[in-house]
Write a protein that binds this ligand. Structure first.
Ligand code: SF4
Ligand code: SF4
Length: 87
């Protein structure tokens, strides 16, 4: 039997980072994401958003804007920005 480990999910995509401690499980972000990146984690008292398919994230920020609890942060930095910071 395959053991389900609910907390072993990535918390980032190339563009966003999820702060699960701030998530109130309203599912707003899940509803607005056009690319089915996000999913629900519902395991006993633990309810929060999770990354379902990080490779599908296009960085549109709809989830960031839809979250009333600031639980999703836009973290993408372009290659140019990263090079400038390294100088
Ligand atoms: S940035 Fe856009 S594509 Fe990526 S998870 Fe958020 S809503 Fe979905
Ligand atoms: S919109 Fe924010 S609070 Fe609501 S499920 Fe998404 S991350 Fe959690």
């Amino acid at each position: 039997m395959k053991f389900h480990r609910p907390f072993r999910h990535p918390r980032t995509t190339k563009y966003i980072s999820i702060h699960t401690g701030l998530c109130e499980a309203c599912w707003n972000c899940l509803e607005v994401c056009p690319n089915q990146v996000l999913g629900k984690l519902e395991f006993g008292p633990h309810r929060h958003i999770r990354i379902h398919a990080s490779e599908n994230c296009k960085g549109c920020k709809k989830c960031v804007e839809a979250c009333p609890h600031h639980a999703i942060e836009y973290v993408y930095k372009s290659k140019h920005q990263l090079e400038a910071q390294a100088i």
